[in-house]
Design a protein around this ligand. Structure first.
Ligand code: AMP
Ligand code: ZN
Length: 460
């Protein structure tokens, strides 16, 4: 069975052939650490975690390298640091913001069942690599210095008579149209409106490093250069898969390709470009002003992370998701059932009916439909398949216990009431047994009578 992936550059699903099956390499753009991650940010984390797990399943755990960066230098971080820690020197305040936000991000995505990537490089630890790429670009005539900035020139790239890709190929934009449509208030130091910043001077007090290209003043990197630098350092000049949200195709990924390919004289940076669709909440674009901005942290207060994970995977990664509470509730019910029947069972091999759709460009909705199919006839296959997808990290008792804890229900008290109710029914005191059932319902406990006895669960 072969893996097929949709590639944004070629706009088609292609068979995945790794450059080196002993070292399959994937880079995904990670968070900018200045605030709690929202549920939209969880989407690439979960989607590419599924791909990471699938690649490990296919090529072996030791043969897959997954790099997801942490952006810890950015204007948004500087602004937040100045706002939250006005008494501290800016650099110290920035460290506090990035450390605290980074810790929170890890707690959030661990709870979503995402494996830690093989490497999580930080932008500020790769300034040397950024400077080296910038030097190469200036030396190659693709970038120039102006007023202590270094700018990349897409026009120089497209004028180069070489085997480089065309600027605009990934996002299917024509450079001529970009030039024609450029805004008029272009920064004065740019030769052309489409030039983008590789390096810029730092204001006093801002983070700063020695500049490349003979610039005397200290400065700091533009946004795009960091991913070219970190991907190069950890995965090489050319690797297999590059991922991120669809909003990153332009300009971020277009510019990454330009930087990397021009610096290393490559036709390609990554062989497959993968982008997840956007998430909206209750049919609206998530935004702070609409009041529907939901952080992962808030959702985790109400739901186990695996519920959020399942809810995310019910939609194919390239489609938009409408995140609704109704759908989350349904995902919780499904997972409760799977935990009950499969969590304590010795897992079998992941079922072909589940792996098959995953191999077809990560078709998780179809894989989940297959899980429902296994529920009736192959519990070991269900258990193995759920584990492949990053579920069942707990035992059934732990799962139930956590739910009870979250709901504040005292399991011992429930058991005591159930015993009283059974006794009441035995003596045909149905008034009393109904009273106890209503009491349990008021506590948020649903009971089910069957031939085997009475079972109970937390009603959602
Ligand atoms: P940021 O921290 O904004 O750079 O975003 C981190 C990652 O989350 C990027 O891969 C974005 O494309 C992705 N992302 C941000 N917002 C959403 C959203 N609403 N839906 C899906 N992905 C998103
Ligand atoms: Zn990036």
């Amino acid at each position: 069975m072969e893996l097929r992936l949709y590639d944004t550059l070629s706009r088609e699903k292609r068979t995945f052939v790794p450059l080196d099956p002993n070292n399959v390499r994937m880079y995904v753009c990670g968070p900018t650490v200045y605030d709690f991650a929202h549920i939209g940010n969880a989407r690439p984390v979960i989607v590419f975690d599924v791909l990471f797990r699938l690649l490990r399943h296919l090529y072996g755990e030791a043969h897959v390298k997954y790099v997801r960066n942490i952006t810890d230098v950015d204007d948004k971080i500087n602004d937040r640091a100045a706002r939250d820690f006005p008494g501290l020197p800016l650099n110290e305040a920035i460290r506090k913001v990035t450390e605290e936000t980074g810790r929170q991000f890890h707690a959030d995505v661990d709870a979503l069942g995402a494996l830690r990537p093989s490497v999580e490089p930080r932008a500020t630890e790769h300034i040397g690599e950024m400077r080296e790429i910038i030097e190469r670009l200036v030396a190659g005539g693709f970038a120039y210095v102006a007023e202590d900035h270094v700018l990349f020139s897409p026009q120089a790239m497209n004028a180069a008579n070489s085997a480089l890709p065309r600027y605009g190929a990934l996002s299917k934009r024509s450079l001529d149209e970009m030039i024609a449509g450029a805004r008029v208030d272009v920064a004065p130091y740019k030769r052309d409106a489409t030039d983008f910043v590789l390096w810029k001077p730092s204001k006093p007090g801002e983070p700063s490093w020695p500049s490349p290209a003979g610039i005397k003043a200290e400065g700091r990197p533009g946004w795009h250069i960091e991913c070219s630098a970190m991907a190069w350092k950890h995965l090489g000049e050319h690797f297999d898969i590059h991922g991120g949200g669809i909003d990153l195709v332009f300009p971020h990924h277009e510019n990454e390709v330009a930087q990397t390919c021009c610096a290393f004289h490559q036709q390609r940076m990554a062989n497959y470009w993968m982008h997840n669709g956007f998430l909206q909440v209750e049919s609206e674009k998530m935004s702070k002003s609409l009041g529907n901005f939901v952080t992962i942290h808030e959702l985790l207060a109400d739901w186990p992370g695996e519920v959020l994970r399942l809810n995310m995977l019910k939609t194919h990664y390239r489609s938009p998701i409408d995140w609704t509470m109704k759908s989350v509730e349904e995902s919780a019910k499904t997972l409760d059932d799977w935990y009950r029947v499969a969590a304590d069972v010795a897992p079998g091999e992941p079922a072909a009916s589940v792996v098959g759709p995953l191999l077809d460009d990560l078709n998780t909705p179809q894989a989940i439909a297959a899980l429902h199919g296994l529920r009736g006839n192959d519990i070991a296959g269900l258990a193995g398949s759920l584990r492949l997808l990053g579920f069942l990290s707990e035992s059934a008792a732990q799962w139930e216990g956590r739910k009870q804890q979250a709901s504040g229900v005292d399991a011992k008290e429930v058991e005591r009431l159930l015993a009283e109710r059974t006794a009441a029914r035995a003596r045909k005191d149905f008034k009393e047994s109904d009273r106890i059932r209503d009491l349990l319902a008021a506590m948020g406990v649903a009971i089910k009578d069957s031939k085997e006895g009475t079972t109970w669960e937390i009603a959602r």
